[in-house]
Ligand binder design. Sequence first.
Ligand SMILES: NC(=O)c1ccc[n+]([C@@H]2O[C@H](COP(=O)([O-])OP(=O)(O)OC[C@H]3O[C@@H](n4cnc5c(N)ncnc54)[C@H](OP(=O)(O)O)[C@@H]3O)[C@@H](O)[C@H]2O)c1
Length: 346
Amino acid sequence: MRFHIALVGFGNVARRFARLLDESRDALQALDIDPVIVGIATRRHGAVFNAAGLGTSALNECLRLADAGHAVGPAFSEPAAGELIRQLGKLDSEARVMIETTTLNVQSGEPAISHVRAAFAAGAHVITANKGPVALAYRALADEAARRGLSFLFEGAVMDGIPVFNLVRETMPATTIHGFRGVINSTTNHILCALERGEDYNAALKRMQDEGIAEADPSLDVDGWDAAAKVAAMANVWLDANITPRDVVREGLTPQCQSRAVAARTSGRRLKLVGAASRRGTTLAATVGLEELPGDDPLATLDDQANAIEIHSTPLGRIVITQRDGGMEKTAYALLTDLVTMRRRL
Ligand SMILES: NC(=O)c1ccc[n+]([C@@H]2O[C@H](COP(=O)([O-])OP(=O)(O)OC[C@H]3O[C@@H](n4cnc5c(N)ncnc54)[C@H](OP(=O)(O)O)[C@@H]3O)[C@@H](O)[C@H]2O)c1
């Protein structure tokens, strides 16, 4: 089955995804997935569209230009994303897919939420690694997708490529989730581990920026906003919460955390930034905060970029899923698995 794909956002994740599609061509073919990238839209780095598909050489040229910080093409007359989605909607296609990887805006969820709505209106399925839509508008968007018979998938929004949403949706039928807790932000976990070793706060943060792990605005990581967005996303999907990141009681990291991190480590404990939510009846609690965890807590064993989520459910009890190796390659993989989920549904 041919999937006509529009990439809205062409940063670290989308570029890795474009390369992964090419590297995974044989595996995808075996699953009857023929991905055709028809266009790219960015904010300040131009846009391209070809209804017949960009083709390998044009796509490689876009990757080369974007890697070098150049525009991939001329600016569209309209805002690029809107125009590209309109063009996608005009294609005679079995499956139109908009892949949304624009910058996170944790306050408004925009422009991602508008891009998702425009895609649905154009008859396109949506895959996103952006937490904004699921953290700020999950219920409305999921309802709209269901009404239109379209998929709204977002595996990459939490824990990169580790299948957390897929795990619950596909393998845990007839369970009730009461809550979850986790270390869910790689940048802050890396910084806390560096502080324990006596290293410098700003140097540790810069490493995460250089690797493309930190958000474009790193205060989103260190102030706990990214973790709050993930808590809101999981609470919305698993606890029927209908909250936004602003509803999450939030604490972040400062260089002054160093003495606390060192003292905890010396006494066999670990200082971790923990995101959690739980539901008791109609009461929902959602938090992001620093906690000194006993050494045998599964969240205490996480070093550097490792993440983990402990899900509390009936009848399965506590389930811990750990991501030892993070990174944008894994997020790109999440986009690919969402494509496979979509194929299975279609
Ligand atoms: N990096 C990771 O490991 C990771 C992991 C999980 C989730 N995520 C999420 O994935 C998303 C992408 O991350 P990234 O690291 O790829 O970000 P990035 O490198 O900063 O790229 C963002 C892209 O979005 C484009 N963009 C921004 N506003 C736009 C608009 N209004 N219309 C069209 N394009 C727009 C930017 O274009 P310009 O360059 O022209 O501004 C750029 O191409 C983010 O939401 C992030 O939170 C990332």
